[in-house]
Design a protein around this ligand. Structure first.
Ligand SMILES: Cc1cc2nc3c(=O)[nH]c(=O)nc-3n(C[C@H](O)[C@H](O)[C@H](O)COP(=O)(O)OP(=O)(O)OC[C@H]3O[C@@H](n4cnc5c(N)ncnc54)[C@H](O)[C@@H]3O)c2cc1C
Length: 413
């Protein structure tokens, strides 16, 4: 038996991978629903299903698509056929669409209609040394060309790192650039879960786990682990103690701040950044791009769904104490201009996720532990473990699948 604690994407991907190989799994989730920081719910204020916040993956996210293919949900996504990123700059009212070509040779940078206005091919070519000479800080990248930085690189890095790029780990910045544009447009097609996150990432996974004989328990918060030598011997919940026998393994797939309570002495990231998401119950114009980057506004990325428009603001700790209606009004002002909609504020909802991701700084990146622990039958998974990526869906799923591979050695099928 393998016990997986936490049914966010890391725990779900571990459980899916294990049951798919005929291994018995008990998945214990402390909350009433699965999904963790990637979830959907019926919002009473808007009278519709919404996501806690917009989540973007790219066609080149290999672990995410391996998971989605396994649970049969790879088609539950919308997005343009090719890599396309629409932008709207509020101060200049200028629009453009960045369209990297599919292949590794980036000929798109020689086509003014595909690159960022006001930039030149040499601005992009100056990034080539990234491939050979290793990590670069935001300051080093920024010196290269200010327009490219402001109109494309900064917004993309800010959204992916959820941290001011100037403070971010050079290794994580490089991992993002090489893992996306560095692999050509084919790896960069934006993919957005539709109609909701849960419909794409969570519900099909729960069905898959049940169908393959796994059990999922909700409202089952693990409080403590007990150890016998170099093995976990018991998981303690509020109402029971679960013995962990010789052939059993445990995967702790809870957020960093909860892992500390379960895994003695574990070092984890301890500085987090907020994301503020604003949802508007009004269908967007039919021609609106599925996703628009906004430059120079409070809104940073606008996502369009058939029944609603949602806005993401990253690294948003500055807004945690701001009145929610004020945030909604300011965001709508940007949305109305970017999408050409009326200025009257539609029904809205604002969700502030205080600890959306760990801060992607060098200091925090150094605190990320391996999936392996000092105990031979205990493994960890989560976007905060040492995945080599910032806190993302791809990282969470990658860690879950890796923990599953290692736990299997303790408990072969
Ligand atoms: C608003 C927002 C927008 C985001 N946008 C993007 C995006 O566009 N692209 C992207 O790639 N990533 C994005 N992310 C990041 C992504 O959501 C996370 O990286 C990912 O969901 C983390 O999954 P996880 O399983 O590691 O952790 P979690 O989702 O935190 O899951 C942990 C689970 O463990 C449970 N748990 C905690 N303690 C216990 C316990 N003691 N016992 C049992 N269960 C417990 C929790 O209830 C939770 O279900 C975003 C995050 C947020 C918040």
């Amino acid at each position: 038996m393998i016990y997986v604690i936490g049914a966010g994407l890391a725990g779900l991907s571990a459980a899916v991978s294990l049951v798919g190989q005929g291994i018995q799994v008990e998945l214990m989730e402390g909350a009433a629903t699965a999904g963790g920081r990637c979830r959907s719910y019926a919002d009473p204020q808007l009278g519709m299903m919404i996501d806690n916040g917009n989540h973007l993956i790219l066609s080149g996210n290999l672990s995410a698509f391996a998971y989605l293919n396994q649970i049969g949900a790879a088609n539950s996504f919308t997005g343009p056929k090719d890599a396309e990123f629409a932008f709207y700059e509020i101060p200049s009212a200028k629009r453009w669409t960045v369209r990297p070509n599919d292949g590794l040779l980036p000929w798109w940078i020689f086509d003014p209609s595909r690159r960022v206005p006001g930039t030149h091919p040499k601005d992009y070519l100056s990034f080539l040394p990234l491939i050979g000479s290793g990590a670069k800080t935001a300051a080093e990248l920024r010196q290269r060309d200010d327009v490219l930085w402001r109109r494309m690189l900064r917004p993309v890095l800010l959204a992916t790192l959820n941290t001011e790029p100037e403070q971010a780990s050079p290794h994580l910045i490089t991992a993002i650039l090489l893992g996306t544009l560095g692999r050509g447009g084919k790896a960069c097609r934006p993919r957005i879960a539709t109609p909701t996150l849960s419909a794409a990432f969570i519900d099909p996974a729960l069905r898959y786990i049940h169908k393959h004989g796994g059990n999922v328990h909700f409202g089952r918060r693990a409080l403590r682990l007990s150890f016998d030598g170099w093995r976990v011997s018991e998981i303690e919940f509020a109402d029971r103690r679960l013995p962990v026998t010789r052939n059993d393994a445990v995967i702790v797939a809870v957020p960093a701040w909860n892992a500390k309570a379960l895994v003695p002495g574990v070092m984890t990231p301890d500085d987090h950044r907020a994301i503020v998401s604003t949802h508007f119950a009004l269908p967007p114009p039919p021609e609106a791009p599925v996703m628009t980057g906004v430059i120079g506004g409070i809104a940073e990325w606008i996502f369009c769904f058939p029944d609603r428009v949602s806005v993401t603001i990253s690294n948003a700790d500055r807004l945690l104490e701001t009145d929610r209606e004020e945030i909604a009004r300011d965001c709508w002002h940007d949305v109305a201009r970017a999408l050409g909609m009326g200025l009257e504020l539609p029904p809205w909802q604002v969700i502030k996720e205080r600890r959306a991701t760990f801060a992607a700084t060098p200091a925090q990146d150094h605190k990320r532990p391996s999936v392996v622990t000092a105990w031979e039958n205990l493994f960890m998974a989560g976007d905060w473990t040492a995945t080599g990526l910032p806190a993302t869906i791809e990282g969470a799923i990658r860690s879950g699948r890796r923990a599953a591979r290692l736990a299997q050695r303790v408990h072969p099928a």
